[in-house]
Design a protein around this ligand. Sequence first.
Ligand SMILES: [Zn+2]
Length: 379
Amino acid sequence: MILIRQVGGRWRLLVTLFGALSVSCATPPAPRSMPEATPEVQAPVSIPTPIPAPAPPKEIRIAAVGDIMLGGTATPELRKFGYDYPFEQTQGILKQAQIVFGNLEGPLTDGGKPATSKQYVFRSPPEKVAPALSRAGFNVVSLANNHTLDYGPEGLADTRAALDRAGIGYAGAGRNLAEARRPLYMVVDGVTVAFLAYSLTFPEEFWAGVDTPGTAFGHERFVRADVKAAREKADIVVVSFHWGQEGKTELRDYQVQLGHAAIEAGAAAVLGHHPHILQGVERYRHGVILYSLGNFAFGSYSNTATRSAIALLTFRDGRWQELRLFPLNVKNAEVVFQPRALAGPEASQMVGHLQQLSLQHGTVLENHDGSAVLVNDGG
Ligand SMILES: [Zn+2]
């Protein structure tokens, strides 16, 4: 199933305007007889051809956050404060983007059977979480992760149904491998963006097979073929990977290899998840790789997942233009499942940390008033 969806109010407005136009065009004015033109002989004059004004560049912004899981130990607080509460402090940043993306780490279901092979299984109430995500601005999530089948195929089916009802797109999991590998296409202000998502994390039985449900495994040959095919239909291709080691800033070699492969095949941005903490940024060829976005609103009191960021990516005429990372406090002992933007010296400290991590990949981030910025100067 290829989903082509319209997002944002502008598209709807356009549809409304077209609707109004077509109504006014339905009753054309009665024809009037035109006065006959008097023929005149004139010396030929050269009339300069008007130069059409260049079309304004089409600029779109994509916000990307880390892992989202609105269950687990957050459940008592969410029942008390409501499911919009986790996003209240970050709305100002998320609302700057037409597309808001995150990794949905766990099924939205009240049913299914918990996986017996795992230490931690997550689920959260679909009728609460999906509408709250939509109200917060999320319109696309990755389902390619190591929790998607925590409540079996039924849990995955419930998740997809809940997201469909809330108007949120998804990529990276499905009833079979072909479905899991299929891109999600979104059209924003005339720009087509494709999302692909892959998981490289265990358990292996969560990876979709030819006839079995699950996540898309990130084989390099899948990634190259899927990105290339998506790029033929989309102006911008974004690839999400669930990969790396939990709690480590060091990358696995395969992260670099796959991140580069995705860009080489035509992706403009690669967004990584799973380590629960931030990893570095790499500018590679025409694209940008964010190796791990850390946690976002996540139902655990982890002492390692304390700092994170929201990424705001700007594209102009289909080309990645700027990355801006807003540092966040996600230490739940302090923020109680409500990520908060850092300011002042705390923000600058995080920018310094990101600068250090990114320098290992030869990428220099700038500190602009407490956010980490990378501009694509086309070089
Ligand atoms: Zn994970």
